[in-house]
Design a protein around this ligand. Structure first.
Ligand code: SF4
Length: 300
């Protein structure tokens, strides 16, 4: 047993509306069709959710050629898919069910609108992320897409078209994205955007809460999977606010207890795809490891 510890449970945290919706679509499809069902890409980026669904008979695929039985439904993940994938599913006569988050769909509509205005589209985000693959894939002419991830990338952009617009991934760092957009506005004075950024409310609120709590604690623990963009950003936001340490863990089994003994004030939050029971398990483990524990709920 260790001595004393103070835990601060950050809110809002955990599941966002888009994740709740996507998980519900998979559950309802399983109920309606029975197993197996297919899900194109991880429905949301969380190891525990994926494991539980696999046990219920969900087959996760990364290509439609992996569909062995075309009479079984295929669900598109919350991150969205490119137009050509939707077309291919139609061509294969698959029962396609779209679990794309409505806020990602909004970004897709913006891309289409910019293309219909004959504009080039700058896409701010991470190249390999499923959401960016889906967003870029809304363009019929891919030569109009310019993917960037940093202010340095803005300097390298060379676009002859006078009409230029931008969209952003929904789960980026609010502060970093502001800097990138400012650099874009300077380089392209006629830059068109239908809103300031496309970072969703869930990402924005969770980052704001972690940022504020980081002033009070020495270490921030974020529950979330390593491939979860919004969870990674929460960790980066905490580090940016000067906490001594910030970690991203899938669950309590990854926690280094010896390392925790060097801290007395610990903040806890979780990414938009992390189930709340993982936070509860973490808190229970702290109760078992410490003689004296003070828990404060911090709603920011
Ligand atoms: S993080 Fe935002 S964009 Fe992504 S699923 Fe949740 S609400 Fe939708």
């Amino acid at each position: 047993m260790f001595g004393e510890i103070e835990l601060f449970l950050c809110a809002p945290r955990g599941f966002c509306g888009g994740v709740i919706r996507a998980v519900k679509i998979v559950e309802e499809t399983l109920q309606k069709f029975g197993s197996p069902i297919y899900v194109y890409h991880e429905i949301v980026h969380n190891k525990h959710i994926i494991k539980n669904f696999k046990e219920s008979g969900v087959v996760f695929i990364e290509d439609l050629s992996e569909v062995v039985d075309s009479s079984r439904p295929v669900i598109f993940s919350a991150h969205g898919v490119p137009l050509d994938l939707e077309a291919k599913a139609k061509q294969m006569n698959l029962i396609a069910i779209d679990a794309t988050c409505p806020l990602v769909k909004k970004v897709h509509r913006k891309v289409c609108e910019l293309e219909s205005e004959a504009a080039d589209v700058i896409i701010i985000g991470k190249k390999s992320h499923q959401e960016i693959i889906g967003t870029t894939g809304q363009l019929k002419d891919l030569s109009k897409a310019h993917l960037i991830g940093s202010v340095a990338d803005v300097e390298k952009l060379s676009i002859a078209n006078q009409k230029v617009g931008y969209v952003t991934q929904t789960t980026l760092s609010v502060d970093e994205t502001k800097e990138i957009i400012a650099a874009l506005q300077q380089k392209f004075p006629r830059l068109s955007s239908l809103s300031k950024s496309d970072i969703c409310y869930a990402t924005t609120e969770r980052q704001r809460a972690v940022k504020t709590l980081s002033q009070e604690v020495e270490v921030m623990i974020i529950i979330g999977s390593k491939n979860s963009s919004n969870s990674n950003k929460l960790r980066e936001v905490a580090l940016g606010e000067g906490v001594a340490h910030a970690i991203l863990i899938d669950d309590v089994s990854e926690l280094n207890w010896q390392e925790m003994t060097t801290f007395s004030k610990i903040g806890i939050s979780s990414g938009a795809s992390a189930p709340e029971y993982l936070v509860e398990e973490l808190v229970s483990a702290f109760k078992k490891h410490y003689e004296k524990i003070k828990i404060t709920d911090v709603k920011l």
